[in-house]
Design a protein around this ligand. Structure first.
Ligand SMILES: Nc1ncnc2c1ncn2[C@@H]1O[C@H](COP(=O)(O)OP(=O)(O)OP(=O)(O)O)[C@@H](O)[C@H]1O
Ligand SMILES: [Mg+2]
Length: 243
């Protein structure tokens, strides 16, 4: 069980402040969604949390371990994993071997890594795809493979960057069910998602960013009625249509 804490995260790219003073706590067994318009700074927050980008201000910790100066790999070893918005499997490798790469983070042998990978693929209903080269998968299965790769690292906190993007409705439903099961396992989840239907079904808390700045933070019902959020992102009709 792990609590992921971001405090005052700030990142500037030249003259652009992509992330400004973003703070939140992601708790075990809860889902925090980060929403906001394109370019709001959501993915940059994930890059700051995971150490792919160095902050100009603020800090990240998992439980009481301060992540300052730690590489993405050592943060992953500590239990923080992420998916990438643009999924890039090892295209020539089989689905199974892609997931084995994730499992190798902790497994003591290749056999153990294979066992973990098979279990994760089975959890995701992907057992039948084990031998398929990852490059041949359609987008929906590639998104599930991305999920499988990170789950094989046995994360305690997991960051999901638009895992519903490009999925058809039945796949979205399946992904929502799966993310809920991860919450039940006690993983702390942070979800970036434009698919508002999914956000409403999943979130315990929502953080809204605009131009890098938090403009709202709270329970879904509260945040989605906030006039500032409606005008910045959701649109005035959101409450009426509910989608
Ligand atoms: N490495 C970088 N160098 C320069 N600018 C960057 C870099 N990464 C992100 N940005 C800029 O920071 C801003 C925030 O980008 P980010 O990718 O975090 O947005 P986002 O909220 O994830 O958007 P989307 O919903 O489209 O994925 C954008 O203006 C983007 O162009
Ligand atoms: Mg993004």
């Amino acid at each position: 069980m792990a609590v992921l804490t971001a405090t005052g995260l700030t990142k500037r790219f030249g003259g652009l402040t992509a992330v400004k003073n973003v703070s939140f706590i992601a708790r075990p067994g809860e889902i925090l969604s980060i929403i906001g318009p394109n370019g709001a700074g959501k993915t940059t927050v994930f890059n700051l949390l995971t150490g792919f980008v160095r902050p100009d201000g603020g800090s990240v910790s998992l439980d009481n371990q301060d992540f300052r100066g730690m590489s993405p790999e050592s943060r992953c070893r500590a239990g923080l994993a992420r998916t990438f918005q643009i999924v890039q499997p090892f295209r020539g490798l089989s689905v199974l071997d892609n997931v084995v790469m994730g499992a190798m983070l902790r497994a003591r042998s290749i056999e153990m890594a294979r066992e973990i990978a098979r279990q994760v693929l089975s959890d995701l209903d992907m057992s039948a795809l084990c031998d398929v080269p990852a490059g041949q998968l359609p987008i929906g299965d590639r998104k599930r493979l991305e999920m499988a790769k990170v789950l094989a690292t046995s994360p305690r906190a997991l960051l999901l960057d638009e895992v519903m993007g490009g999925l058809i409705p039945i796949e979205v439903k399946r992904m929502i069910d799966f993310i809920r099961r991860l919450r039940e396992r006690g993983i702390a989840l942070v979800v970036i998602e434009h698919h508002m239907n999914a956000v409403m079904q999943l979130s315990d808390h929502i953080l809204v960013l605009q131009n890098g700045e938090p403009i709202a933070n709270g329970a879904p019902a509260e945040v989605t009625r906030d006039p500032v959020v409606l005008s910045a992102y959701l649109g005035a009709n959101f409450a009426l249509s509910g989608s």
